[in-house]
Design a protein around this ligand. Sequence first.
Ligand code: ATP
Ligand code: MG
Length: 438
Amino acid sequence: MGVTSYQKHSMQKIVAVKGMNDILPPDSARWDQLESVVRSLMARHGYQGVRTPIVEPTGLFVRGLGEVTDIVEKEMYSFEDKLNGEHLTLRPENTAGVVRAAAEHNLLYDGPKRLFYMGPMFRHERPQRGRYRQFHQIGAEALGFGGPAVDAETITLAHELWQELGLTGVQLELNSLGQPAERAAHRAALIDYLQARADQLDEDAQRRLHTNPLRILDTKNPAMQALVQAAPKLIDHLGADSRAHLQAVQDCLAACGISWVINPRLVRGMDYYNLTVFEFTTTQLGSQGTICGGGRYDGLIEMIGGKAAPAVGWALGVERVLELLKEQGRASAAPAPDVYAIVPDAAGYPQASALLQGLRRAGLQAVLHAAAGTEPGSMKSQFKRADASGARVALVFGASELEVGAVGVKQLRQADAPQTQWPLADAAGLARHLQSGA
Ligand code: ATP
Ligand code: MG
């Protein structure tokens, strides 16, 4: 049979899409560890997991995030389904998806819900350190809660995560975006201010002047920093209720021993926020210093077609949190096996397999030596592998041991410990022996 053109193409190396990363050992263990810390923390705060589809109707994000946002304007992976013409998008964030799911399944019918998610998000951005096209978020969403105590609860939740991970130097920045009428008053003042200085605006700002002037305050253009610093502040346009809400959030944070700074220029990338907004930032990750961001979004559920209900939440960037852990020397090592099974001759595999099964059932981490071929390879090369695995103990399934119904037990981390024997039939006893530290 001849080589088909498909097979010919498949000979060429295929690499991952730019800005999308493989997560491989030993790094993958750090991901698992972060996720297990998060699961435990979420459970203790009463947050339950949700998993929504990675593909959503494009309209969900256009409506939910706002048409004039970076994400919707230029970062979405949108496509038309070839089979039925539907307009679809790889989710750039998960709040809209969670809210859609809550509305679609009437999740709040029996009261508010505390939810969390973890998973990949997609944004077509210029890849750089801490900024990828497929990246991962972990998020918490408290749906149906209107009071400031729950804003503080979600912030505390994130703060506790940094504590449990041992992260230091993470700063909480807090602001209030007020309510729509307050924003409208501020918007008018801001447009007046910016219009009077139109010659100092860059192209992006010119375009946003009338569509989304608040976003101009978020500019990363160094030439415009002085201009935005001096711009009218939304926080000065807040009414009594909004100010009281912000104060109550701060009271809870203070009671929990959490410190913050008010950043009146803090606006978020999505249009759906009101009242409380916040970010956790670090100076240790260069320009991608925001590890977590969130806020209140009381209008979103109704906007997406659900029954109006208040909500608050945040999302953290997993890659950035892991990078910061590494930066602070907190990257945990991949766990080494307890035992490594050395099998000099392939005939020993049945006994080795059975004993390892018993050890694993007893809770030990046990690795069987195996090679690319059917024969296991020389003793020397097997001991080398055992050593490199980090295992504490090598079990030797040699012919002389197997003949007498035993396995050789060799301590790998004690230079002159003699090799001892243990009965093959007594996996449970051997497990206890090894677990006792022997
Ligand atoms: P930035 O200002 O860095 O673009 P953002 O405001 O767009 O962030 P959010 O949409 O609030 O970010 O997402 C929450 C978190 O997800 C961010 O604080 C960040 O940690 C992470 N994040 C956002 N975009 C990316 C990306 N392209 N690659 C890696 N992490 C990201
Ligand atoms: Mg962004």
